[in-house]
Write a protein that binds this ligand. Structure first.
Ligand code: NAP
Length: 278
C-alpha cells in the first residue's frame, strides 16, 4: 500500500535540525504495520498559522509541535484536552471528528521518566525555565505534591507559571543570586527546562551555584542532545545523580503515537530507534 497524505505525520517547530522524533515515529509506524511517513516540518513563527491551515487542508492524522510553537499554536486549534488547557502548552495535535485538538504528552513523559523512588509529596524541586516544557513539568510536580521553586530570567514569567497553575510555587530569577542559592541549598531535585546547554558548552547555572546543591540531590536536564550537557557534567563531577531528557522524549512520543493510532509502541523499540545512527 502506498502512503497518501492521510498517512502523513509530522513535527512543527523551528529549527528542527536536532530532532529524533522522525526516527522514533517512523519505527513506531513500522511496528504498528501502518503505511505512513513522519516528516520534520520546519516552520518559523510567522508561518505557523499557514502551516496549521495546511494541516487542516491535507488532514494530517497526527502532528507534534515543538519549540517555539507550543503555546502559540493554541489559538489556532479547535480545542484542547483538559490537561493541555491546564498546562497551557501543546505538543501533540490530533483529530476528533472534524476538530483539530491539542494535547500535552510532555507531562506524562516527564513524570514517567523520573526514577519512581524520587517522586514524593514534599520533594523540594528547583525548576529552571518557564517555557512550554517547564509548564508540563511544573504541572506534574504539582500533582505529586512537590514543593517547587520556578527560576526564570524574567521573574514575572516564573510568577505567571505558578499563578496559571494555581500552585503555591516560589518564584525566583537567575539574576537574584542569594535567593536562588537559598533554594538550591535545600533542593532535592534540580530540573533544567531551559534550552541552555543544547550548544554543548553553556550551562544555566554557574559552577558555584551547582556547588550549593546538597549531597544526594538529583539533577535532571530535559535536553537530550547532547546526551551530556555541561550542567550534567558539573553535577556528576560532584557525585550527584543525573538524567538527560532522552527517556522523556521516548515516553512522550509513545503517548502521542497512541493518541493518533490507539496503539502504544514499546519503549524498547523507540530506544533502539533513537540509538540507530541516521
Ligand atoms: P521554550 O518554550 O522556548 O522555553 C525555553 C525556556 O528557556 C524559557 O523559559 C526561556 O526563557 C529559557 N531560556 C532560554 N535561554 C535562556 C537563557 N540564556 N537563560 C535562562 N533561561 C533561558 O522551550 P521548551 O519547549 O520549554 O523547551 C525547553 C528545553 O526542554 C529545550 O531544550 C527542549 O529541547 C527541552 N525539551 C525536552 C523534551 C524531552 O522530551 N526531553 C520535551 C520538551 C522540551 P525566556 O522566556 O526568558 O526566553
Amino acid at each position: 500500500m502506498s502512503a497518501t497524505t492521510a498517512d502523513l505525520f509530522g513535527l512543527l517547530g523551528y529549527p528542527l535540525g536536532h530532532s529524533l522524533s522522525p526516527r522514533l515515529h517512523q519505527a513506531a509506524l513500522a511496528w504498528a504495520g501502518r503505511p505512513g511517513t513522519y516528516v520534520a516540518l520546519p516552520v518559523p513563527a510567522e508561518r505557523l498559522a499557514g502551516a496549521i491551515a495546511g494541516v487542516r487542508a491535507w488532514r494530517f492524522p497526527g502532528l507534534n509541535v515543538t519549540v517555539p510553537h507550543k503555546q502559540a499554536v493554541i489559538p489556532l486549534l479547535d480545542g484542547l484536552t483538559p490537561l493541555a488547557a491546564r498546562v497551557g502548552a501543546v505538543n501533540t495535535l490530533y483529530w476528533e471528528g472534524d476538530r483539530l485538538l491539542g494535547d500535552n504528552t510532555d507531562y506524562l513523559g516527564f513524570l514517567e521518566s523520573l526514577p519512581p523512588a524520587l517522586l514524593r509529596p514534599g520533594l523540594r524541586v528547583v525548576l529552571l525555565g518557564a517555557g512550554g516544557a517547564a509548564r508540563a513539568v511544573a504541572a506534574g510536580l504539582q500533582d505529586r505534591g512537590c514543593s517547587v521553586t520556578v527560576v526564570a530570567r524574567r521573574l514575572e514569567a516564573a510568577r505567571t507559571l505558578g499563578a496559571d497553575l494555581k500552585a503555591g510555587f516560589e518564584a525566583a530569577s537567575f539574576a537574584d543570586g542569594p535567593r536562588l542559592r537559598k533554594f538550591l541549598t535545600e533542593a532535592e531535585l534540580l530540573v533544567n527546562a531551559t534550552s541552555v546547554g543544547m550548544d554543548g558548552v553553556s550551562a544555566p547555572l554557574a559552577p558555584d551555584a551547582i556547588a550549593c546543591l546538597p549531597e544526594g540531590a538529583f539533577v535532571y536536564d530535559l535536553i537530550y542532545r547532547p546526551a551530556r550537557t555541561p550542567l550534567l557534567d558539573q553535577a556528576q563531577a560532584r557525585g550527584l545523580g543525573i538524567q538527560n531528557g532522552l527517556e522523556m522524549l521516548l515516553i512522550q512520543a509513545a503517548h502521542a503515537f497512541e493518541r493518533w493510532t490507539g496503539e502504544r509502541p514499546p519503549l524498547a523499540l523507540l530506544r533502539e530507534a533513537a540509538a540507530t545512527e541516521s
